[in-house]
Ligand binder design. Sequence first.
Ligand SMILES: Cc1ncc(COP(=O)(O)O)c(C=O)c1O
Length: 409
Amino acid sequence: MQNSDIVVDHFGRATLSGPYPEALNEILSPAMAKAAYAEISSWPAYQPTPLRNLDALAKSLSVGAVYYKDESTRLGLGSFKALGGAYAVLRLAATQIEAKTGKKAPLSDIRAGQHSTALSELTVVTATDGNHGRSVAWGAQMAGCACRIYIHAGVSEGRKQAMEAFGATVIRISGDYDDSLKVCADEAKTNHWFIVSDTSYPGYMNLPRHVMAGYSVMATEILQQLEGKRPSHVFLQAGVGGLAAAICARFWHSMGNDKPRVIIVEPTRAACVLESARQDKPMTVEITEETIMAGLSCGEVSLLAWDILSQGASDFITIGEDGIGPAMRLLASGTAGGGEIIAGESAVPGLLGAIGMASRKDLRDRLDLGPDSTVLVFGCEGATDPAIYKAIIDAPSDRDDALMEPWHG
Ligand SMILES: Cc1ncc(COP(=O)(O)O)c(C=O)c1O
């Protein structure tokens, strides 16, 4: 595989120009993003994650800069998902206490255990590939409520155990992610449990907004870390699209019409956002083969995320499986610049998408990528399953150096 073969499919469309549309405030408003930042940045374990400058890679691609938001250390959970699920659990807990007592319950009181007796009767549930469940389990532990997590057949044992370590009961079902979502929804309905999902669907639209508000903290940090420098291109991997929508919205809030070009990257095996862009409506795709990018193995786009991305994202691309190992090893080696970086399987698709687009003249031109571009990618997770991470890092291939091949124009 050549770098120019990384991008398997590209679909481009116009975005809405002008400021962030009023109508999208109902999904993720500047006030919601601000509230999430105020709360999350007050958590004792909070620290902004590093924005790494992959200067050697930028040079070889002949672009101005490539920045990598490194989520491998986020809140001790190892992925950006720590920002969303846990925050949504606290918001849900506050709503329940308010409904019970008639008084507002600040999230800091919930975290301090002031309502733990009442909250011990609350059960939160979710379906997950691993990282979201870890965040929900952690949030439930913070709030003092019970937690049940539904995982599908393909979720690794290591990821299951990480959720159990936060006190969650983990239920493995046969089938894929979308099947686990259905079982979770059915059991929640029967037992009056509360779903804390990172995806939205008909009849379930409230909490995923707060999950996305939590994710938007990454963009708030980046705006501070870039010190006024404007990213021109943002490559965002998508599962259900929540992460991508949150970042797209937060940059749109703060930069208006100068928002960066948003490029969505998905595995060819689970490209529901690309299919939605093609059909111009939210779509479901069938997953016939699991992708190694476990966090992106979603066949159904989040409706709320689609509302934002359909207006704010311009390009939708897919990548195959072959570049994941080489990209993880490239970052681990430190040769791309920015030091040695621990990046999991779902952390590198954005980076691979950027390399693939910048390595093909036609795609480079279509995206207006060049020496003036400031490219931003998201390293969404570290070694969230250490055994899988080690197996991939310990198996170098001839392809590894190819990702740093200079662009010759
Ligand atoms: C590490 C990682 N990256 C990216 C994603 C995709 O996020 P979203 O489903 O919000 O698009 C996930 C989702 O689980 C993930 O765990």
